[in-house]
Design a protein around this ligand. Structure first.
Ligand code: 4NP
Length: 168
């Protein structure tokens, strides 16, 4: 397979890579597919920690996603690495702690965008996706609400870069 250039590759990062970032990966993939741009993109997710490497997402994240038509079952946890800054020019942290950890890993010459995912959605009520791991099922629905909104906004932004409007 021909690798997707970093400029069109998106990485979602949370703490464990079993709740928020795999949800973001699945929702963003579905949103990009509906917009017809998924095949032009690289999309992945990773965790700051290594506790869940090789594991499928949390069963509550799988169930909440399934209720909205997203399939998380094939995703497996991995830990973020310094190489990710070569492969992805769009790196989105779910919360400030994730962002600080990524900033510590980021090479000084990184040319891409590293920021909080929810800042993509200008109208979003929150800047961070709350960690649902120690809470109830409601938390996973809230995560989906926030991630759906930010995914729409990110797809709209990337779409203009992939296929500029005619005459534009
Ligand atoms: P996530 O949630 O960062 O959204 O995947 C968590 C999953 C696992 C842990 C913490 C947060 N943990 O401590 O194992």
């Amino acid at each position: 397979m021909i690798p997707v250039p970093p400029e069109r590759s998106v990485l979602f990062v949370c703490l464990g890579n079993i709740c928020r970032s795999p949800t973001a990966e699945a929702v963003f993939r579905a949103t990009a597919q509906r917009a017809g741009i998924l095949t032009a993109l690289g999309v992945d997710s990773a965790g700051i920690g290594d506790w869940h490497v090789g594991q499928p997402p949390d069963r509550r994240a799988i169930a909440a996603g399934h209720r909205r038509g997203y399939d998380l079952t094939r995703l497996r946890g991995r830990q973020v690495t310094a190489d990710d800054f070569d492969r992805f020019h769009w790196i989105f942290a779910m919360d400030q702690a994730n962002l600080r950890a990524l900033e510590a890993l980021r090479p000084a010459t990184y040319p891409g965008h590293l920021g909080l995912f929810l800042t993509m959605a200008p109208g979003a009520a929150l800047r961070e996706v709350p960690d649902p791991y120690y809470g109830g099922a409601d938390g996973f629905d809230h995560v989906l609400d926030l991630i759906e909104e930010a995914s729409e906004a990110l797809v709209a932004k990337l779409r203009t870069r992939i296929s500029p409007p005619a005459g534009g």
